[in-house]
Ligand binder design. Structure first.
Ligand SMILES: O=P(O)(O)OC[C@H]1O[C@H](O[C@H]2O[C@H](CO)[C@@H](O)[C@H](O)[C@H]2O)[C@H](O)[C@@H](O)[C@@H]1O
Length: 250
């Protein structure tokens, strides 16, 4: 495990699936471990509020998952960003095209029992975890969806999932946006994540002179690495303990 020496004045950007919660067979089946909400509250206090969830999930989904906590967050891979309590979709989805694409993807799910569709508002995710032999079908369906949604949509892949998302936004653009605002501005950004989409976050914090921590194996642009999500959470617990009274430090 190689991690940066904990310092006061950090702003923390935390991925969710595979980082704060362990992966599960279905998006709704993840378990928020006892103590995780408390850890997030302690980290929020230790960073003077500069703690954000940066996820592929929608912000509404994050709020449901971590209720009653409503933290600063970036959802849908940066397509929506919230500081404080107001969420905004920077580029409103074209509803008619969205409804048509949703119906087409629903038909794909019906034809492929085991596929799971998430309509997140700006992004569509098509999960094939229960039909791993049919990844190509999921990819083709999401490619058709992205094509129909327009040139400004792209396809990304994650753990047994293909997603159609606005190309202009990613976890890196979300970090840069949050870092321009209080209470993040002026702090040293630290991004922790496990997945390919977290690489944009790693790159953004590197540009700002911050730290990037990759969970698990695999190629990465992150500077630091921990073996698994549990090790990352222990490291974050240590940070919260050390700087429990450092709110406002920068
Ligand atoms: O950026 P993240 O917070 O890591 O979110 C990425 C995607 O996570 C969810 O899907 C993944 O986790 C599910 C639950 O463990 C798992 O069943 C699925 O196979 C994974 O792909 C979420 O459902 C997606 O919307 C996020 O984009």
């Amino acid at each position: 495990m190689t991690v940066p020496d904990p310092q006061p004045g950090w702003a923390l950007f935390l991925d969710v699936d595979g980082t704060l919660v362990d992966l599960a067979g279905h998006p709704a089946a993840v378990r928020v471990e006892p103590g995780l909400r408390g850890l997030l509250e302690n980290l929020r206090d230790a960073t003077g509020g500069a703690l954000a969830l940066v996820s592929g999930r929608s912000i509404a989904d994050l709020d449901r998952l971590f209720a009653p906590l409503e933290l600063p967050a970036a959802g849908q891979h940066g397509a929506e960003v919230r500081t404080g309590r107001v969420a905004a979709l920077p580029a409103g989805p074209r509803r008619a095209a969205f409804d048509h694409v949703a119906a087409a993807l629903d038909a794909v799910v019906h034809a492929n029992p085991g596929f799971v569709l998430e309509d997140k508002g700006s992004n569509f995710a098509l999960h094939y975890r229960d039909r791993p032999g049919h990844a190509a079908d999921a990819e083709a369906a999401i490619k058709r969806a992205a094509h129909e949604l327009g040139d400004d949509y792209e396809v990304i892949s994650g753990h047994y999932v293909y997603e159609a998302k606005p190309a202009a936004h990613n976890k890196g653009t979300a970090v840069l946006q949050l870092m321009r605002e209080a209470p993040f501005a002026g702090r040293i950004p630290v991004f922790v994540g496990d997945d390919r989409t977290d690489e944009d976050g790693f790159e953004a914090v590197a540009r700002l002179g911050g730290h990037s921590v990759k969970i698990g194996d695999g190629p990465t642009r992150a500077r630091w690495r921990v073996p698994d999500a549990q090790a990352a959470r222990h490291w974050l617990e240590d940070y919260a303990r050390r700087f429990a009274h450092a709110a406002g430090a920068s």
